[in-house]
Design a binder for this molecule. Structure first.
Ligand code: ASP
Ligand code: MG
Length: 236
């Protein structure tokens, strides 16, 4: 692995529309990749989307439409019809989950919430590729194993460690930037879990500590760049 590696968490406050995905991608390229960093990118949902998805879970068709529209608009801006088709497939799955929302099933709630990050990851990876960054999508549900405390799950590091190391290290060695969803994981029963509001920071710091990467950047709309919570990362 390159000696300079960093985990970068992209906050939802930066992701407002299709154009902002390109802005973030350019910022990552110019600030990190062009300066010799190998990066792991942890991405949040688009701004306001998690709040909207909570309303979707409560039964709001209006919020469902808003989420789908914003993501499809972004896909149109970023990519071609293939990307748009992919995002529409996610939208269909979200609509199916919405139909189950009234059952009061907590696993459905986390499933609905997960779409914000899952779609956002696809868009950011596409924007990175479009500006010449070698980037690949990873699946948080395959890498990040949690307990089954839905909506506030904890990452089981013992279960997550080998997956993260075995999948991510070879990519970094090849100068490929993995892009993974923050905020979500899956329980040992294979159900999607979420890590609590703002949980993308937790994902980023957990991945950094498992990889032994001690530079974590939490980029967001607030001035400057914050480094990670030292509770999770030593020498952040
Ligand atoms: N999208 C989630 C939230 O709004 C997680 C995050 O942004 O860190 O809480
Ligand atoms: Mg946040």
């Amino acid at each position: 692995m390159n000696s300079r590696s960093a985990v970068i968490k992209v906050g939802g406050s930066l992701l407002e529309d299709g154009k902002s995905y390109f802005e973030v991608a350019e910022r990552i390229r110019d600030t990190f990749i062009d300066r010799g960093y190998n990066v792991v990118i942890v991405v949040s949902a688009m701004k306001g989307i998690t709040d909207d998805l909570l309303k979707v879970y409560e039964g709001s068709l209006q919020h469902l439409r808003n989420v789908v529209e914003r993501y499809i608009d972004a896909a149109k801006y970023i990519g071609n019809s293939k990307l748009e088709k992919r995002i529409k497939e996610y939208a269909v799955k979200l609509e199916s989950a919405y139909k189950l929302a009234f059952t009061g099933n907590i696993t459905i709630k986390d499933l609905i919430l997960s779409f914000g990050e899952r779609i956002s990851k696809v868009l950011l990876t596409e924007a990175l590729s479009a500006i010449g960054v070698k980037a690949v999508e990873l699946e948080a549900v395959e890498l990040i194993i949690t307990d089954d405390v839905h909506e506030n799950a904890s990452i089981i590091l013992r279960e997550t460690r080998n997956r993260v190391i075995n999948i991510i290290k070879p990519l970094l060695r090849d100068n490929i930037a993995p892009v993974i969803e923050g905020f979500i994981g899956s329980s040992k029963h294979g159900e999607i879990t979420t890590l609590g509001r703002g949980g993308s920071d937790y994902t980023a710091t957990a991945i950094a500590s498992l990889l032994g990467v001690n530079e974590v950047y939490l980029i967001s709309n607030v001035p400057g760049v914050m480094t990670a919570d030292p509770r999770y990362v030593h020498k952040a």
